[in-house]
Design a protein around this ligand. Structure first.
Ligand SMILES: Cc1ncc(C[n+]2csc(CCOP(=O)(O)OP(=O)(O)O)c2C)c(N)n1
Ligand SMILES: [Mg+2]
Length: 324
C-alpha cells in the first residue's frame, strides 16, 4: 500500500475539520439542553476522525454519501453550511430539510448527501441502490455508505451485500464500530466480532482500521475508494471508534462505566492525537492552534445564532414535501 505524506498545512486542516465537528456537536448538546433543539439527537463526539478522514478521500463533485441518524458530522464534511445544518436541528424553515427533518433526517440533493436515516441498517440497502445508480449512469461516482456495529446484525445488510457483490457496485461500506448499539455492546450481541469479515460469504473484502487515527482512516479510505471506483466492486472498512456521549441526548448510559469512557478520552482521543502529530512534526505552534480554535468557535456561534433566530415553518407548509 502506498503511504502518503502530508504537509503541516494538511495536518492543520485535519485538525480544523475534527474540531469543527466536536464544537458543533457540543453546541448541539447545549442548545438541546436549553430546549432550542427537540426530538432525537445523536452526537458524533469521539468519532471525528472517521468523517474528517473519509472527507479527504471522497470526491465531493461526484461521490455520494449516506449514513444513519448520527449524521451531523458527515453533513459538515460534505461542506454543507453549518448554519443550515444547525437550523435544521432547531426545526427552522432555513434548515436543509426546511425544518421538517430535524437531526435524523437531513438531506442535500445538491451535495448527493442522501440522509440521515432512522431505520437501523437502511443506509446499506439504500446506499447499495445509490451505488447501482452510479453504475447505471456510468458517472464515475462511488457511494460511501456508513452504518454502525448494531446495523451489521440486520438482515437487509446481507441482501444488499449480495447484490452489491453480484453486480460489482461501486460502494464503500464503512462500519463505524463504536462498540455499542444503544446500550447493547458488541461483545454481548455479535457471534463474530470481526465486523470487517461480515462480507466474506459474498466475496466482499474487508479491513479493520483504527478509526481514532485520521491518517489510518485516510490510508484505508483511499485504498477502498480506488478499489470501488476501479470497478472491482464493494469493499468494507470497519472503523474502530468510540462515542463519548450517550447514544442520544436522552441516554443515561448505565451500560458502561465512567472509567471506560475516561480511559478512551485520555488515551485515544482523535483530536489530541492529531495535535501530538503536529507537535512532533514541527513543534506545536500554540498561536496557530489558537487561531484555528477561534475560527471554528466563530463558525459554530454564528450557526447557532442563525438557527435560533430563524423562523419556524408556517402552518400551511405542514403537509408540503412530506410523504403522508
Ligand atoms: C430497524 C430498527 N431497529 C431498532 C431501532 C432502534 N435503534 C435505534 S439506534 C439503535 C442502535 C444502533 O446502533 P449502531 O448501529 O451501533 O449505531 P450507533 O448508534 O452506535 O451509531 C437501535 C437499536 C431502529 N431505529 N431501527
Ligand atoms: Mg454502535
Amino acid at each position: 500500500m502506498k503511504t502518503y505524506s502530508y504537509s503541516v498545512k494538511d495536518f492543520f486542516r485535519f485538525y480544523e475539520n475534527m474540531l469543527l465537528i466536536r464544537r458543533f456537536e457540543e453546541k448541539c448538546a447545549q442548545l438541546y439542553r436549553k430546549g432550542a433543539i427537540g426530538g432525537f439527537c445523536h452526537l458524533y463526539i469521539g468519532q471525528e476522525a472517521i468523517a474528517a478522514g473519509m472527507k479527504e478521500v471522497t470526491s465531493l463533485d461526484k461521490d455520494s454519501i449516506i449514513t444513519t441518524y448520527r449524521d451531523h458530522a458527515h453533513m459538515l464534511m460534505c461542506e454543507i453550511d453549518p448554519k443550515v445544518i444547525m437550523a435544521e436541528l432547531a426545526g427552522k424553515v432555513t434548515g436543509c430539510s426546511k425544518g421538517k427533518g430535524g437531526s435524523m433526517h437531513m438531506f442535500s440533493r445538491q451535495r448527493r448527501f442522501y440522509g440521515g436515516h432512522g431505520i437501523v441498517g437502511s443506509p446499506a440497502s439504500i446506499g447499495t441502490g445509490i451505488a447501482f445508480s452510479h453504475r447505471y449512469k456510468n458517472d464515475g461516482g462511488v457511494c460511501f455508505c456508513y452504518f454502525g456495529d448494531g446495523a451489521v446484525n440486520q438482515g437487509q445488510v446481507y441482501e444488499a451485500f449480495n447484490m452489491a457483490s453480484m453486480w460489482k457496485l461501486p460502494v464503500v461500506y464503512v462500519i463505524e464500530n463504536n462498540l455499542y448499539a444503544m446500550g447493547t455492546s458488541v461483545k454481548r450481541s455479535h457471534a463474530n466480532q470481526d465486523l470487517y469479515k461480515r462480507g466474506e460469504p459474498f466475496n466482499i473484502p474487508g479491513k479493520t482500521v483504527d478509526g481514532m487515527k485520521i491518517q489510518e482512516v485516510m490510508e484505508a479510505g483511499r485504498e477502498a475508494c480506488l478499489y470501488a471506483r476501479n470497478g472491482k466492486g464493494p469493499i468494507i472498512l470497519e472503523m474502530q471508534t468510540y462515542r463519548y456521549m450517550g447514544h442520544s441526548m436522552s441516554d443515561p448510559a448505565t451500560y458502561r462505566t465512567k472509567e471506560e469512557v475516561e480511559h478512551v478520552k485520555t488515551t485515544r482521543d482523535p483530536i489530541e492525537h492529531i495535535k501530538s502529530v503536529i507537535a512532533k512534526k514541527q513543534g506545536l505552534k500554540e498561536s496557530e492552534i489558537k487561531d484555528i480554535e477561534a475560527k471554528v468557535n466563530d463558525v459554530v456561534e454564528k450557526a447557532a445564532d442563525f438557527a435560533v433566530n430563524s423562523p419556524i415553518p408556517q402552518e400551511a407548509e405542514l403537509y408540503k414535501d412530506v410523504l403522508i
